[in-house]
Design a protein around this ligand. Structure first.
Ligand code: SF4
Length: 456
């Protein structure tokens, strides 16, 4: 999500004629787009702020304007502005539309006047940017479809820093997909904190070029469109553009409907990989986390997904060391991992975040135990990843070539539908192409292939 938001801020500056500076010393403005989800990310931002404050002190007269955006700006920006005088503007997630005002003030040398105006202004309402194409990755694009979260998992700060769920209009989503398709994007990822709870209530009038189709979920000029309805609408309209693959992130198991599985199964444009955050395998801990599903419901969903989508790969997030977690709870998590066999997982241990419900829970687990439990989870996941990848050797698959390998200019890096990486021989002219390869061997977690047969 942060990548998409960074890309839209960069585009806002470029549209006004701004260019990237090589160093902060050459810059008129330094923008830090921040994330609050992990405490470690916030610590890194604090280090960066101190670094830029020190450069500003040295530059004295002709210094840059220092701007902090994103969820950390929303959560702690006003306090940081008092503590770090070098920080000129904080633009929280809901105030991104103020960024062009900051750019204009810098252009006109009127930043002091704008500071007074922004501080006296009302709290803005979140609105989506129109375009999020990251120019460093021209063939893949992130398309935000919703923002915020209503789930309030007890360990998570997101609902506090990003606010309640807001869904983006289907017309704006289709328009952005058409635009990125015209610019050569071949794969999109629909983004949101909980994409499955996407729900648009309002105008269903689509751009003039769009096909409405016969979906029963789309009725009249106003009404409701849910996530499977949106996927159907995108599938109907994608045929006309260069975009061929669609992914989505993140999925909450409690909101993943059987209708969504049906739509994915009926439309091959949806990649056969789903990131389905489980977080834990013990019902006691899932309840304490306020995850709203049980281990049995999660496994039943996985069963339904696998029977409708036999080629599917699954990845997940796992959080160990939650307050009150016993060795038995950890065993249940390891057992669930054995049952599902995730292709990969983001694994971390609990760190209390002030302001969340879990912050004040008793029975915290000591650091040493958390680390040991986490290493057991990581070791098991590494084994599963290695086994799953090895079992794929010899398969013929379709890949999207993303660009030149960083290690060897004669090799290309490509990705399968199942989110596996493969290196193939070739030159830069093939970037953005789809092709068929045979997964012939593995180096680490990356496949190698001898040749690529282009599909387009
Ligand atoms: Fe946080 Fe839970 Fe919402 Fe995910 S679903 S963003 S973990 S509150």
């Amino acid at each position: 999500m942060n990548l998409a938001e960074s890309a839209s801020l960069v585009l806002a500056a470029q549209e006004r004629g701004w260019e990237r500076a090589e160093t902060p010393e050459d810059a008129d403005l330094v923008l830090l787009n921040t994330c609050s989800v992990r405490a470690t990310a916030e610590q890194r931002v604090m280090g960066r702020l101190a670094h830029y404050a020190s450069i500003k002190r040295k530059k004295a007269q002709s210094s840059f304007v220092l701007v902090m955006a994103g969820c950390m700006a929303e959560r702690a920006g006003e306090r940081l502005k008092k503590e770090i005088p070098a920080l000129d503007f904080v633009i929280g997630t809901s105030a991104r539309s103020r960024f062009p005002l900051v750019l204009e003030a810098v252009e006109k040398g009127q930043t002091e006047a704008l500071k007074n105006l922004v501080e006296a202004g009302e709290k803005p309402v979140f609105s989506f940017s129109a375009f999020h194409l990251d120019q460093t990755n021209p063939f893949r694009s992130f398309i935000p479809i919703m923002h915020g979260c209503n789930n309030f998992c007890s360990y998570c700060i997101v609902p506090y820093v990003r606010g309640r769920e807001v869904s983006r209009s289907p017309a704006a989503i289709l328009e952005e997909i058409r635009l990125v398709g015209e610019k050569g994007v071949r794969e999109i990822t629909l983004l949101g904190q909980n994409v499955n709870s996407y729900l648009w209530e309002g105008s269903l009038i689509l751009p003039a070029w769009a096909v409405n189709g016969s979906s029963t979920l789309i009725s009249g000029n106003s009404g409701k469109l849910d996530f499977p309805g949106l996927l159907e609408l995108i599938a109907l309209n994608l045929q006309a553009w260069g975009v061929k693959w669609v992914r989505f992130l993140s999925s909450h198991p409690g909101d993943f409907s059987r209708e969504t599985i049906r739509v994915i199964a009926e439309n091959s444009i949806f990649c056969r990989h789903i990131h389905l955050c489980v977080q834990h395998g013990s019902n006691k801990i899932l309840k304490a986390m306020n995850r709203r599903y049980s281990r049995e419901q999660y496994l039943s969903l996985v069963g339904d997904l696998r029977s409708s989508l036999p080629d599917l790969s699954l990845s997940t997030d796992i959080l160990v060391g939650f307050p009150g977690e016993t060795e038995g709870d950890l065993e249940e998590t390891l057992d669930l991992m054995e049952e599902v066999k995730f292709l990969y997982a983001y694994m971390y241990h609990f760190n209390p975040r002030e302001g969340t419900a879990a912050f004040s829970l008793p029975c915290r687990i000591d650091e040493d135990t958390k680390r040991k439990r986490l290493s057991r989870v990581i070791a098991l996941q590494k084994r599963h990843t290695a086994e799953l990848l090895k079992s794929r050797i010899g398969n013929e698959v379709t890949v999207l070539v993303e660009g030149i390998s960083r290690k060897n200019a004669d090799e290309l890096i490509s990705r399968t539908e199942r989110d596996e990486m493969a290196v193939v021989p070739g030159d830069a002219s093939l970037a953005g192409s789809f092709g068929r390869i045979t997964l012939s061997s593995l180096r680490g977690n990356t496949f190698r292939a001898g040749t690529i047969e282009l599909l387009n």
